[in-house]
Design a protein around this ligand. Structure first.
Ligand SMILES: [Ca+2]
Ligand SMILES: [Ca+2]
Length: 286
């Protein structure tokens, strides 16, 4: 005891020992506490991120050969953008009578040269198009995407690398347009084809195949169409995610300009035309 007591009663030694032990404990405790706090903060943070996360569509790598004939037999349809719900109407809502009036299941594929879009469209009055009217007032698909994946996903204004493309879905005319009017600095790439009756996409092919209540379609669009001297050609790669949105205008009357319902995928507002922060995203996968 006499040997032990001095050890325990040695104030300096005891204090140092306690200090070190306490310090170590406190440090460990802090690490544990900080670790737990981080987990507690990170879990809700990730949950919030998931809630705020943009709707994403995976685009599969296209097979070696895609025959543009309207049939989807060579397509990878694992990932589908569904536009089937009343909440997805953004214009002339009263004109929509249900999914048989207009609904879309769209898939996208890619390779280094081309964007492929295909799917099934249910439309009770398909292929409504009149010469001299803009694609926005006919049966046509509208696709939005950014060719600069590094652009801020929260941007509320277009950058020059953002594109709004309209494609008439008809059984004869497949006119297209690219709207650039909303872009402050378009880097010399101006609006083309928005008045209708033009084919503005080089190498574009589109085909439809009628089915009961609608049709299947497929299209190929070379990426080179979305470039100029100042905007480089987009070359996708597996793992890359970029801004993406799509919708459709549905004309069901012989006279364009009357009422043309419109549905959108992720951005459930007409503001998608002006505000890329409302768009979803696309991820290119193998
Ligand atoms: Ca319809
Ligand atoms: Ca229609």
């Amino acid at each position: 005891m006499e040997r032990i007591l001095p050890f325990f009663y040695n104030p300096s030694r005891m204090n140092k020992s306690l200090f070190m032990a306490g310090g170590y404990y406190m440090k460990t405790g802090k690490i544990i506490a900080i670790g737990l706090a981080a987990v507690c903060i990170m879990v809700p943070a990730f949950t919030a991120m998931a809630d705020d996360a943009k709707v994403n569509l995976n685009a599969a790598k296209a097979p070696e050969e895609v025959v543009i004939d309207g049939s989807l037999n060579e397509w990878n349809l694992d990932s589908v953008a569904e536009i089937t719900q009343q909440e997805q109407l953004v214009r002339d809502e009263g004109q929509w009578t249900g999914p048989e009036d207009l609904s879309l299941n769209i898939s996208v594929m890619w390779d280094e040269e081309n964007l492929y879009i295909g799917g099934t469209i249910m439309d009770d009055t398909p292929f409504m198009y009149r010469e001299g009217f803009p694609p926005d007032m006919a049966d046509s698909l509208v696709v939005f995407f950014g060719t600069d994946p590094a652009a801020d996903p929260a941007r509320t204004e277009y950058v020059a690398e953002d594109f709004r493309v309209t494609m008439v879905l008809d059984d004869y005319y497949f006119n297209t347009g690219i709207d650039r009017d909303m872009i402050a600095d378009d880097k010399g790439f101006e609006t083309i084809g928005e008045d209708g009756d033009e084919q503005v996409l080089d190498g574009y092919e589109c085909a439809v195949e009628e089915i009961d209540g609608g049709y299947t379609f497929e299209m190929v669009i070379p990426w080179s169409n979305f470039s100029n001297d100042e905007i480089p050609v987009f070359v996708p790669a597996a793992g890359v995610t970029t801004a993406f949105e799509l919708g459709m205008f549905d004309l069901d009357f012989p006279c364009p300009g009357v009422a043309t319902a419109r549905m959108q995928w992720a951005g459930r507002s007409m503001d998608v035309d002006e505000d890329p922060s409302l768009w979803g995203t696309i991820t290119f996968v193998e």
